[in-house]
Design a protein around this ligand. Structure first.
Ligand code: ARG
Length: 461
């Protein structure tokens, strides 16, 4: 018996075969599908729909099928549409008519969301582990370089001196939020949909609590229509990945810029570089550019899913089949990119000598805000001090001199509150350490935050 031997009784038109078949991509859910079928078989037996002997026969058949798929011996057939029907067909080939009892009271509408939920439970754990590895690599780089001071940038123009670790910890906090989001997402994901039937709920009184325990879920879905209709758990996963990819993309952009000849703050290892087919001297950051490129696609996958969902009437509609390729693509690229990013932060080099030279020769306009603070501490109103230092900065730029080279008499012409001790502000360490608030770049604060990140990232979020 195939699905078409009843109501339709004619073969599916050739033109629809390819469009309708999802087995080419949903076959990767075979573990989850078999796990779901095993639990369902036991529930059917418990309910008295199948006998113990039949239960054993089905379970044995399913185990063999799983092995066949794992070893690559299984022959998937396009005409069987999806992973569910491929397995059912093979089960029939193996154990005969008893195979047809497995689907009693069950619908593929609930089966597919069960598979997807099980799959994402697993994937989320893997992603969280990889995220932990990346955090560790970034923290390692930060710890080794707390004392390396670099200019920070706003509008890609030099702003204020910061420890490079401060920038690296910014990445860490974005990643930690990702980890936290996955944890929170799992609470909603961890809900068992089986027993929802096609849309109205099981008509054979299947024991949903038994299924929940058997499959290791925390709770069961509370509305059968919602259970088969929603894909918001997939959208949520894709959003978390998309948000992580925005961070990956920006980290890569930072490193591409800061490793360019003009900046030379980082050196990307040769193993993560490429060259040009024409210009033999080139060392290009292609892997980082590709991560930036992948982010477009991962964000795109989220958008296609949301657009896919927005116009479908409740409950299940076949459009929903289109949720999978984007999801798998997002999962594959997320796992891949975590490995690249982790390797990058493990092996990237900071050019401390170049950084020191650059800071030394850089116009000390980076101290302008410290100069404003100096005046403010001596009672000048901030807005006035800002204007005065602005004029001094212009004076220095116009004459091509450093702020620290302007004589005190000259400073006094701008504001009588200046005194000899103003020259003490021209120290990178002093400037950095003055930003001594929780979350600031003062070195003691960074040490504090490293400890904080280490303890959060090892806790089970
Ligand atoms: N391949 C389908 C999907 O991914 C499985 C559910 C099919 N259900 C149905 N009523 N045709 O959504």
């Amino acid at each position: 018996m195939t699905l078409r031997d009843g109501r339709l009784n004619v073969p599916l038109h050739e033109s629809f075969k390819k469009l309708g078949s999802s087995v080419e991509f949903d076959k990767r859910l075979f573990h989850e599908d078999i796990k779901g079928s095993e639990a369902y078989t036991k529930a059917l037996c418990k309910r008295g729909i199948i006998k113990k002997k039949e239960e054993e026969l089905i379970l044995k058949g399913l185990r063999e099928i799983e092995k066949e798929i794992e070893s690559g011996k299984f022959r998937f057939k396009e005409e069987d549409e999806d992973i569910h029907m491929n397995i059912e067909r093979r089960l029939f080939e193996k154990i005969g008519e008893t195979a047809y009892k497995l689907h009693t009271g069950r619908s593929r509408n609930e089966q597919i969301v069960l598979d997807e939920r099980l799959y994402l439970m697993d994937v989320t754990e893997t992603v969280k582990k990889k995220l932990g590895g990346l955090l560790k690599a970034i923290l390692g780089l930060a710890k080794r370089n707390i004392e390396v001071i670099v200019p920070s940038y706003t509008h890609l123009r030099q702003a204020q001196p910061v420890s490079i670790a401060h920038l690296l910890l910014a990445y860490c906090y974005a990643l930690l939020r990702g980890k936290e989001r996955f944890g929170d997402f799992k609470k909603r994901l961890n809900t068992m949909p089986l027993g929802s039937g096609a849309c109205a709920g099981s008509s054979i009184g299947i024991d949903r609590d038994f299924l929940k325990k058997e499959l290791g879920f925390e709770s069961i879905t509370r509305n059968s229509i919602d259970a088969v209709s929603t894909r918001d758990f997939i959208a949520e996963f894709e959003w978390i990945c998309g948000t992580l990819f925005i961070t990956f993309s920006r980290m890569c952009e930072d490193i591409i810029i800061l490793s360019s000849e003009e900046f030379s703050i980082y050196t990307i290892p040769d193993e993560l570089s490429t060259t040009s087919s024409l210009m033999p001297q080139k060392k290009n950051p292609d892997p980082l550019e590709l991560v930036r490129g992948k982010s477009a696609r991962v964000i795109g996958n989220l958008f296609s899913l949301m657009v896919l969902m927005k116009g479908i009437p409740y409950t299940y509609n076949r459009d929903l089949q289109e949720d999978k390729e984007g999801l798998f693509d997002t999962v594959d690229n997320t796992l891949l990119v975590f490995d690249v990013m982790t390797e990058l932060f493990r092996s990237i080099k900071l050019n401390k000598k170049v950084i020191a030279e650059k800071l030394g020769e850089s116009k000390d306009l980076l101290f302008a805000t410290d100069l404003v603070d100096y005046l403010v501490e001596r009672g000048v109103a901030f807005r006035k001090a800002h204007g005065i230092v602005g004029q001094i900065a212009k004076f220095a730029v116009d004459r091509g001199i450093q702020l620290r080279k302007i004589p005190i008499d000259e400073y006094k012409k701008f504001c009588s509150s200046f005194a000899e001790d103003l020259y003490e502000i021209f120290s990178w360490e002093r400037s950095v350490n003055r930003h001594d608030v929780p979350g600031g770049t003062a070195l003691n604060r960074i040490t504090e935050e490293i400890k904080n990140i280490e303890s959060i990232s090892t806790s089970n979020l």
